[in-house]
Design a protein around this ligand. Structure first.
Ligand code: PMP
Length: 326
């Protein structure tokens, strides 16, 4: 029994019951552990789908170069698919990302350009702008643009959503995921709400991001935007993949609460996951304590693996420097 290449290993990740971090929660809490994907993150699913949709549309041709602004996980997914299919990759990243993430992308053959974090998205040096410019300059290049490319949420509508429905035997009543591009939560929520219109979708946001306020007031408030440390969730833009009708409520989680819960998931559940996983669990459990009963089944997406955060949240000295540990 074998698969033909590594990208055929994408998807069908396990749903793991959380047993120890769930004190005070009556609902059954299940984690969709996405580090079982070959690139160790949820992003493998949409990276492959963006490439295959572009091939079908004739936008990506043999020998082409894939250019994307990515915090690392999408880059890994794109790099794996590019290896299997024979494309080159250039990624632009902001300089707040873990060094491990940059090294990992180089290890799988990608070129990485590091850009400053604390500039507006429309600034010519931002990682969004640099990716767009390279796309214009390099012939036969494809810029997937994970923020606005709806192949992103479609991947989750077609794969993660049905997997979760089947794995819970249709018993899921509440679903929570961090919101970055919005592809994960909106693709899954759309599928699940079609099966059960009463299902609640909870979006996990960060302090320093615009989503929660926009959902509650319809106002894009620039005062909400400031630097924060959690990687992969929260935004200073409104990506097209975020459909606010598919997210019932947002919960903001601090960098510290997310980091502490991530370490608890590793120590108490054996789930060596990334920072945004802790944020998602912390926020989702806060929601569950207030709104869910023993009749509910809550599924939380854990997007990536802990290795990429060894120098940060899994390092006690770093945690103390941040004031996250006594
Ligand atoms: N967590 C991590 C670590 C991520 O890389 C991402 C992707 N930005 C997310 C959460 C959020 O997923 P999405 O982009 O599908 O909203």
């Amino acid at each position: 029994m074998y698969i033909n290449n590594i990208i055929e290993a994408i998807g069908n990740t396990p749903l793991v019951k959380l047993n120890r971090v769930t004190d005070g929660v009556k609902a059954t809490v299940l984690a969709k552990v996405e580090y079982f994907n070959p690139g160790n993150s949820v992003k493998d699913r949409m990276a492959l789908r963006m490439i295959e949709d572009a091939e079908k549309a004739g936008i990506l041709k043999p020998g082409g170069t894939i250019i994307e602004g990515t915090s690392g996980n999408t880059g890994m997914g794109l790099a794996l698919a590019a290896i299997a299919k024979g494309y080159k990759c250039i990624f632009t990243m902001s300089d707040k990302q873990s060094k491990e993430k940059i090294d990992i992308l180089k290890a799988v053959g990608a070129e990485v350009m590091v850009c400053p974090t604390n500039v507006a998205p429309e600034h010519p040096d931002s990682y969004y702008s640099v990716a767009k410019r390279l796309n214009q300059e390099i012939p036969n290049s494809f810029y997937p643009n994970q923020y606005d490319n709806l192949s992103n949420s479609a991947a989750h509508y077609d794969t993660s959503g049905p997997e979760i429905w089947k794995q819970t035997d249709g018993k899921i009543t509440c679903f929570a995921a961090g919101v970055g591009t919005g592809g994960t939560i909106c693709g899954i929520s759309k599928y699940l709400k079609e099966q059960n219109p009463d299902l609640k979708a909870v979006g996990i946001d960060t302090y320093g991001s615009v989503f929660k306020k926009y959902k509650e007031t319809g106002i894009f408030d620039e005062e909400e935007i400031y630097p924060y440390a959690t990687e992969g969730i929260g935004e200073d833009i409104l990506p097209k993949n975020v459909n606010f009708d598919l997210i019932d409520t947002f919960i903001k989680v601090t960098d510290k609460d997310g980091a502490i819960m991530t370490r608890r998931l590793a120590k108490e559940e054996g789930l060596f996951v990334g920072w945004s996983s802790g944020s998602a669990v912390h926020g989702a459990l806060e929601y569950a304590k207030e709104h869910l009963t023993e009749h509910d089944t809550l599924v939380i997406v854990l997007p990536d693996h802990g290795t990429r955060y060894l120098a940060k949240i899994y390092n006690d000295d770093w945690m103390r420097t941040q004031g996250y540990l006594d």
